[in-house]
Design a protein around this ligand. Structure first.
Ligand code: ATP
Length: 322
């Protein structure tokens, strides 16, 4: 598979602040690629550089092998879905979707708009204004408005953040299905690790303007390179330098005997009911807090009880401190 987008040593320095530092990435045709990281790590800056809203301090952006530096935003074959959707309030759904085509006229424009309306299930809502739409519908209009332009790369800046948590999960599944159907490369920004894990082919984890780790969701979650990666991708217990995820941490009343298991005695401090499971917090003799995820039907434990916390050696995460 060819690379649709390449970033070479991309940096963006603002006065007194380095927002992005030497980012090199190659994004494959048709990939669902996420930029993940905490607030201020440089995700939006990266997107704005790709879209051409900002110029890099150093480095180069290549789209289908073409350098982008000299091109203004409207001449780049990328389209952006903004966090707040940025719909025109005085235009109807149909007019919002048609908007970008004014600058990129095409013979099949009418047909493309109709297709997008159908694909985004906006049939019958063409004449409404954005204020007459739900959050999910506004988001679908924003997507339709970008997809109708048939960009080489669709940039999505936290497109789910304005939706409530339940709708967010539904829409992310739809987004993944949509991406498969249209086959356009998506670059998706999120600070939500579960969201990134669930939709992405690959994830670039950014931290303080630098690339912390690049890989598939499995690679990032199961073999994080640094402590920061391990902790950002999900909860992790650090016991004597090794990391163990709560779902790999188990509890028993008697010491485990199997040679492949590591164990440490402790006292149960807290039980947290999470609906589908419980998180049982144990404190070891030397004061380390260890959380074990226990299935709801299997929790025989109570506060104050002496237990053995154990895990399979193979499930240990070893990484750099960072
Ligand atoms: P969030 O998840 O909060 O949107 P982000 O990862 O998208 O964060 P960016 O918006 O890329 O972060 O910002 C990276 C850093 O660069 C931040 O510390 C921000 O304050 C800084 N920054 C962004 N734009 C400017 C600017 N125009 N001038 C100065 N500093 C800026």
């Amino acid at each position: 598979m060819g690379h649709v987008l390449e970033l070479h040593g991309l940096s963006k320095h603002f006065p007194n602040h380095i927002a992005l530092d030497d980012l090199t990435l190659q994004i494959a045709e048709g990939e669902f690629f996420s930029l993940l990281g905490p607030s201020g790590c440089g995700k939006t800056t990266t997107l704005r550089l790709i879209a051409g809203f900002e110029a890099p301090t150093r480095g180069e952006i290549m789209l289908r092998g073409e350098p982008q530096a000299a091109l203004p935003p409207h001449q780049r074959r990328v389209s952006t879905v903004f966090q707040n959707y940025a719909l025109f309030p005085h235009l109807t759904v149909q007019q919002n979707i048609e908007f970008g085509l004014r600058y990129h006229p095409r013979a099949d424009a009418r047909e493309s708009v109709r297709e997008c309306i159908e694909m985004m299930r906006l049939d019958g809502k063409q004449d409404r204004k954005p204020a007459q739409l739900s959050g999910g519908e506004k988001q679908r209009v924003a997507l339709a408005r970008s997809l109708v332009l048939r960009p080489d790369v669709l940039l999505l800046d936290e497109p789910l953040s304005a939706l409530d948590p339940n709708l967010r999960k539904q829409v992310r599944t739809e987004l993944k299905a949509l991406q498969r159907r249209v086959g356009i490369t998506f670059i998706f920004i999120t600070h939500d690790q579960e969201e990134a894990l669930s939709v992405s082919d690959r994830i670039a984890l950014l931290y303080k303007g630098r690339l912390e780790q690049l890989g598939t969701p499995r690679e990032l979650y199961l073999t994080p390179r640094t402590r920061f990666s391990a902790g950002f991708l999900g909860p992790v217990n650090w016991v004597n330098g090794a990391g163990i995820r709560p779902e790999s941490t188990r509890l028993s009343l008697d010491p485990p005997r199997d040679a492949g298991l590591c164990s440490i005695p402790g006292t149960i401090q807290e039980l947290m009911f999470l609906g589908n499971c419980l998180h049982v917090e144990t404190v070891s003799a030397d004061g380390q807090t260890i959380v074990a995820e226990v299935a709801r039907g299997e929790c025989i434990f109570e506060r104050g009880q002496s237990v053995h916390v154990f895990w399979d050696k193979q499930d240990q995460i070893h990484c750099e401190p960072s």
